[in-house]
Design a protein around this ligand. Structure first.
Ligand SMILES: NC(=O)C1=CN([C@@H]2O[C@H](COP(=O)(O)OP(=O)(O)OC[C@H]3O[C@@H](n4cnc5c(N)ncnc54)[C@H](O)[C@@H]3O)[C@@H](O)[C@H]2O)C=CC1
Ligand SMILES: O=C(CO)COP(=O)(O)O
Length: 318
């Protein structure tokens, strides 16, 4: 059995793909009304309307029902992960924990695996990340992801791979965590550029310079540059900066157009930008694109001054 905590878009998509791949899956949602609706309609109408839940995917109202399997996937937004682990001490005692989220925690400046290990020392912890929209995964479209764990991830890799979900493993947990977290910030910047009508060339420039600062910070924090060049960094950066399926990209487009954006939608890059600005300052790393996204998203600067600031930085070697 594979347990999943969190029945949002990503948790449900993984649950559907794993169940369609022949695994027994149990997914827990905190809202009993949502559980009943999913049990009755065999759909997650809130997160993935139109996707049928296979028979071997059970939707559970009790957390205990999803514990004790071969792995427990934690599919909640990064800013909710700490609270989840604090609220439910029984999570983690009996199975490997796989973080299925992308971000840096604002309260602790830690990544998802670091947050798990800070609260559950000695737990077997991993992160599943990489270019993959929930709807694509749920529809059974081919998807490749990175599974990063400090120990040997071969058994988990086998368990979580299906004919449509192909997992590559790495021991560079820091690199995988940071690739997924930092690309969301750059995707917001790419959205701003498109929303403001600055053009595809400007987007390509921002993606490239954004990638440079992602690698700069990741290396200082002990990650390997080659991990950032893989699925969890470069791969996800390309996907998220170029598709309007991405919520981070769409949030950026709204910012660029000076339009409002639904605050109920999960946009990981906003809190992560704020956290990364602090992390970068602590480590003395220059991250101009991230700083600009944070300042824009929090309304501290205008679009015009953000553009002028980035274009008027001292000329330098690439
Ligand atoms: N949607 C996508 O295409 C993908 C999302 N991700 C990542 O997955 C993570 C989750 O995102 P989504 O599922 O898309 O967000 P979502 O907003 O669709 O769902 C989040 C779910 O977490 C639940 N939740 C929040 N706090 C909770 C708590 N304390 N206890 C229990 N449940 C809680 C919410 O009720 C909601 O069902 C994010 O870090 C995101 O970056 C990764 C790859 C693809
Ligand atoms: O991480 C994702 C795709 O890999 C999903 O991106 P958004 O959270 O921006 O929708």
């Amino acid at each position: 059995m594979i347990g999943i905590v969190g029945a949002g878009a990503f948790g449900t998509a993984l649950a559907v793909a794993l169940a369609n791949g022949g695994r027994e899956v149990r997914m827990w949602a905190r809202d009993p009304a949502q559980v009943r609706a999913m049990q009755t309609a065999r759909q997650n109408a809130r997160a993935l309307p139109g996707v049928m839940l296979p028979e071997n995917l059970a939707v559970e109202a009790e957390l205990a029902a999803v514990l004790g399997g071969r792995a427990l996937l934690l599919a909640v937004p990064t800013q909710a992960l700490g609270g989840l682990l604090d609220r439910w001490p029984q999570i983690g005692a009996r199975q490997p924990l796989v973080a299925c989220c992308k971000g840096v925690d604002l309260a602790s400046l830690l990544g998802p695996v670091e947050m798990i290990l800070a609260r559950r020392p000695g737990a077997e912890a991993a992160i599943l990340t990489g270019p993959s929209f929930a709807f694509d995964i749920a529809r059974g479209l081919p998807t490749a992801l990175t599974l990063a764990a400090t120990g040997d991830a071969s058994a988990l890799q086998e368990l979580l791979s299906t004919p449509t979900l192909r997992l590559y493993r790495t021991d560079d947990v820091r690199g995988a965590e940071l690739g997924g977290a930092l690309k969301n910030v750059i995707a917001i910047a790419a959205g701003v550029v498109i929303g403001a009508g600055l053009g595809d060339s400007a987007r390509a420039a921002l993606m490239t310079r954004g990638y440079a600062e992602m690698v700069r910070l990741a290396e200082v924090l002990g990650a390997r540059a080659e991990t950032l060049a893989g699925l969890s960094g470069f791969g996800d950066l390309v996907l998220t900066c170029t598709s309007s399926q991405s919520r981070n990209f769409r949030f950026g487009v709204a910012l660029g157009r000076r339009e409002a954006f639904d605050p109920a939608v999960t946009v990981e890059g906003v809190a992560t930008a704020r956290a990364v600005v602090r992390l970068a300052a602590e480590r003395g790393v220059d991250m101009p694109v991230t700083a600009m996204v944070d300042a824009l998203a929090s309304g501290r600067i205008t679009l015009e001054s953000a553009e002028a600031h980035l274009m008027n930085r001292p000329l330098k070697q690439e």
